[in-house]
Design a protein. Structure first.
Length: 468
């Protein structure tokens, strides 16, 4: 404690020695963003490592012996049940991806509803999010870590904002949350431009001038922290994309239409199941559902194809960087069923990586139908990834930039943007509101409904107390 106080005194003396008042004010405004970004980078790297180890554990158990894969008929339902219980018992808004919770928190970050944000972004949410998702991915759940990283990062920035002393210059909680989410995406994928575009396109309609410096520095510091700990890397790598025929554009358009429709259909299926699940009233019914979904995923993985399990990153690597370019026709179906079963249980886990892998498998299947070359197949795989992610998020620019940065594939940017545009148009025909927007609305309504219920119960308790 003495050392901390000594450091604080020295920093205070150095700060007081600065003569430029404007510089001092800007420094105070920037420090919370810098500190939050540093913590975000560290936490994102730790979470990525834990997630990778859990996925490696799944593969180890599956291939340990010819009979060991049957253990998942017990392991997967058990892991799903644990993941569901942790969320349901300790932090209900830690369920799912995390991106709808962040957008809901941004909408609620106003004087009237500020106090409600803690239910969406808190230390408890961070801990439950991490532990629940690790259990689910260990059991073979079809989830990703990228969406959870965004919610975790936004919660970190929100906590930094909350801990600022009373004398500190007022800093917008909303801007802190937005910057935290962008920093989380940047550190999860090592895509700084993707993080910035995501903040602008998906999270806020606020003019960038109001907080562009904070956003840029937050993304840069979080990205550099992750980069220095993990080393220079691309999320996927450098696929070959030379000698692409001109006529391939027509096949790209076909992939865009298929992925846009499939992705929006998957989102609608998840939302439909979530609405029907509200009819489950007893604790036993709510507990049985994740058990059944876990068992269904395990059966499909054991009896049909192991690629049913996990985030699907291996599918992207295999189709882009090995000689096994083409996948069986049923793999995209498995990769669509997987997120529907996993996400609808209410466990913690993202949908970014599963969406990318589903799109990659669709691109590989279409390429196989047409006996395309390796480089043309790589193009369709990347276009499939963009199309499917766009269909889920309705963020065509973010999807295009993410895939470009993940693979350093700037030479095909127009193909990717065309795919994103067409996939977005097709998805809007299915439903004008994105999957994330509909979930955000549900979360906000749930928070307001819970508040009314709590107020009613308190009022009834007060009346009973007076009656006695």
């Amino acid at each position: 404690m003495k050392l901390v106080n000594k450091i604080r005194r020295q920093l205070k003396q150095r700060y007081d020695a600065i003569d430029n008042i404007h510089f001092k004010r800007d420094l105070l405004n920037a420090l919370p963003f810098w500190f939050g970004a540093l913590i975000t980078g560290l936490v994102a790297v730790l979470y990525a490592k834990l997630f990778a180890w859990a996925e490696a554990g799944t593969r180890y158990v599956y291939h340990h012996s010819p009979e060991s894969k049957w253990a998942f008929l017990l392991l997967t339902p058990l892991c799903f049940l644990i993941g569901w219980y942790l969320v349901n018992r300790f932090a209900p808004f830690a369920r799912g991806s995390g991106i709808p919770q962040v957008t809901a928190a941004i909408d609620l970050s106003n004087p009237r509803h500020n106090y409600k944000v803690v239910r969406l972004l808190s230390v408890r949410v961070i801990l439950v999010k991490v532990v629940s998702s690790l259990f689910v991915i260990l059991g073979g759940g079809v989830i990703g870590r990228e969406g959870p990283t965004i919610q975790i990062s936004a919660a970190i920035f929100k906590q930094v904002n909350r801990l600022l002393p009373a004398w500190y210059p007022k800093i917008s909680k909303r801007n802190m949350i937005i910057t935290g989410a962008a920093a989380g995406l940047a550190s999860a994928f090592n895509t700084p431009l993707g993080g910035i575009v995501f903040a602008i396109e998906e999270l806020t309609k606020t003019h960038l001038n109001f907080f562009k410096s904070a956003l840029l520095t937050g993304v840069i510091i979080a990205g550099l922290t992750a980069l220095n700990l993990l080393g220079p890397y691309l999320y996927l790598g450098y696929p070959r994309l030379d000698n692409i025929p001109i006529w391939i554009i027509f096949v790209v358009m076909l992939v865009a239409l298929i992925t846009g429709f499939a992705a929006s259909g998957m989102g609608e299926a998840i939302l439909f199941i979530l609405r029907r699940k509200q009819q489950l009233t007893s604790a036993a019914e709510k507990m049985v559902y994740p058990l059944l979904c876990g068992l269904a995923i395990a059966l499909l993985a054991v009896l049909v194809d192991e690629r049913m399990f996990g985030s699907g990153k291996e599918i992207m690597f295999e189709t882009l960087f090995t000689d096994h370019k083409h996948v069986e026709w049923y793999v995209p179906i498995l990769r669509i069923i997987g997120p529907i079963l996993s996400f609808s249980t209410g466990v913690a886990g993202g949908i970014f990586a599963p969406a990318l892998s589903a799109g990659a498998s669709i691109g590989a299947v279409v390429a196989g139908w047409m006996y395309l070359t390796d480089t043309a197949t790589n193009l369709l795989v990347l276009c499939g990834m963009v199309g499917f992610l766009t269909g889920v998020t309705r963020s065509p620019f973010t999807s295009s930039i993410l895939v470009i940065e993940m693979t350093n594939s700037h030479n095909i940017i127009f193909y990717l943007m065309l795919t994103a545009l067409l996939a977005n148009l097709v998805s809007n025909l299915v439903n004008r509101h994105s999957f994330y927007d509909q979930l955000k609305t549900q979360y906000i309504q749930e928070i307001h409904r819970d508040e009314v219920l709590e107020a009613t119960l308190e009022e009834e308790a007060a009346k009973k107390g007076k009656g006695e």
